[in-house]
Write a protein that binds this ligand. Sequence first.
Ligand code: ADP
Length: 723
Amino acid sequence: MKSLFDRWFFLGIAAVFVITAGNSALAFHNTRLLYETAGQVTHTHKVLEALAELLSTAKDAETGQRGFVITGNLGYLEPYHVAEGTITSWIRQIDTLTRDNPRLQSELPELRRVMANKLAELRETVALRQNEGFAAAERMVLTGRGMASMDSLRSEVHRMVAEEEQQLKERTDRATRSRNFAISALVMAGLVQLATLAAMILLLRRKIRNRERAAAQLNEQKEWFRTTLFSIGDAVITTDTTGKITTLNTVAEQLTGWTSGEASGHSLADVFQIVHETSRLPVANPALRALRDGGIVGLANHTVLVARDGTERPIDDSAAPIRDANGRILGAVLVFRDISARRDAELRLREADQRKDEFLAVLAHELRNPLAPLRHALEILHLAHDDPVAVEQVGGIMERQLQHMVRLIDDLLDVSRIAGNRLELRREPVDISAVVHSALETCGPLLSQSQHSLKVTLPPHPLHVDADRGRLAQAFANLLNNAIKYTEEGGRIWLTVERDGGEVVIIVRDSGMGIPAKMLERIFEMFVQVDGSLERAQGGLGIGLQLVKRIVEMHGGSVVAESPGPGKGSQFTVRLPVVLTPAATTKPIVGPRGGDRPRRILVADDNPDAGDTLAMMLRMMGHDVCVTRDGVEALEEGGRFHPDIALLDIGMPKLNGFETARRIRLTEWGRDIVLVALTGWGQEDDRRRSQEAGFDHHMVKPVELATLEGVLNQPPRTPVGVP
Ligand code: ADP
């Protein structure tokens, strides 16, 4: 379809053509008219000349006649004789010349007549002079006939001259009008032509400007497209319809090892070499398929790109045909990316998932392990409950197994705190030796079972660190525990504490199974164990070292593992900053003891076994106990029983522990009693909620007897008002 511009432009050219042709025709016509007019003027001059000659000849003849009449000299008759001969030819000539003028033609007979008259008068007068002498001729002259005939001739000639001149004037006027018209027409046509040309030039200029603008836009778009291609994070290759490369963006250059300039014109297969990850067979090129099938093509999974230098990378990509506005295929575009990082992440995820599965298996195993000795111990208690030695022995076993389970669950809780970044420290300046002692106490039972020799070297003077005593002791206990677990029976363990500049260095070394070099860093990760098989599991969940690392780092310190190799022992070095000006006192953990005296204790627990065994234990300790099954019952019984202390479970039907505590605090009898929350929930948030509900203590089940005794021996609560 022609554009508007093209239509107007061709109309303009056509108009210029038509005007030019019209002008030329007009000019031709005008020139011819001028030429004709010029011819007619010449012709008129000839006619006038002939008429003048005729008159002049007649006059000459008359003059000659007069001369002869007066003198009688025949010589004077010469012009008269000439005139007689030429006058006829002049009249014939005038006749011929005036054929184009009917009005003059109609005058010719009159001209002939007056001329004939004149000649007759001349002839008669000459004959009189010759024959009758001067006087006769004179009389004739004096009649005035000669003058009259001459006047007639003159006036006839003048009429004809006037007529011819009139015709000339008419013709000249016509020619002038025609010329003026032609000039006006030419001027008009010229102006129209000029206007048309100016309009065309304007149109042309606008067209050129539009073209330039369109070209600039096209260039801009090209540049934009090129920049986009070159700035996107994916690799992009474009080809022509035959699969020959036209461009490579920077990422494609990096991944293939070809520059765009080098690759341009090469077939795609030369530059983009892809093989299957495992079979190593060439993979069908998606861009060539896109060209062939005309649709978008995704790359098969597990495809590896072989770069120019042989480097291999797993890639992921797709190709599509490039089409113009009419849907015609102009080439193909191939987009691909290096998925090594994604593959690694997937691998890590799979590993983490596998580790989690292993962890769950280990966890089940570890939680189940203590159950066997506990069950056996229970059976023994049934069978030999009156044998104090057996009871003492199984009591020890049960306590150790229970302790082990409690520690496992505590570790699990800590892991959850670490994951949620909720591990909190209550820091104060503490002597590092005291912390080490605390850890040694924790590991005492396991150590005494293992028959290892332990050498502890402590600094001669107190060295203080700003630490959470319990957490730091937990970290050292974990290291000691591992040293004990991962050393064959009868091995050697060294625990050394020394100062190194501004730091205190705690080293736990053993002569045990050692750690492979490649695992030295990884063992600090969650759930990582050197040998994860259950057969080799040494009673752990693979989270102890992660706890050690987090706790030490939260104290501003570091921990590293070293080992000369498997079977050659391991060494863990902890470094912590020393505090130079420790605070003089540390806070007492429990309040003043109120003395071992019987107490009135209200127990509320919806688990009958838990509530009843607790009550049995308390009664055996000599206290007066009232057991209830929920919060409502606890409130009712409390009013009758008037307890000194209430031990409340939190998750109870009807009224939960928090609400029960709140209501107890509102009663007369419960305002000042010691309220203890006994629960399976030990997170910081649970402790805070207990405090808000009015509890004095928050204890996580199972509670150690010693801890419970500490609370029972507290004096009654100092009234401070209901929280
Ligand atoms: P757990 O002991 O519960 O498996 P840890 O996080 O405490 O978990 O330790 C992670 C792993 O590091 C252990 O499974 C063990 O393979 C290795 N490891 C830790 N301490 C020692 C040690 N003293 N000697 C040898 N291997 C150790």
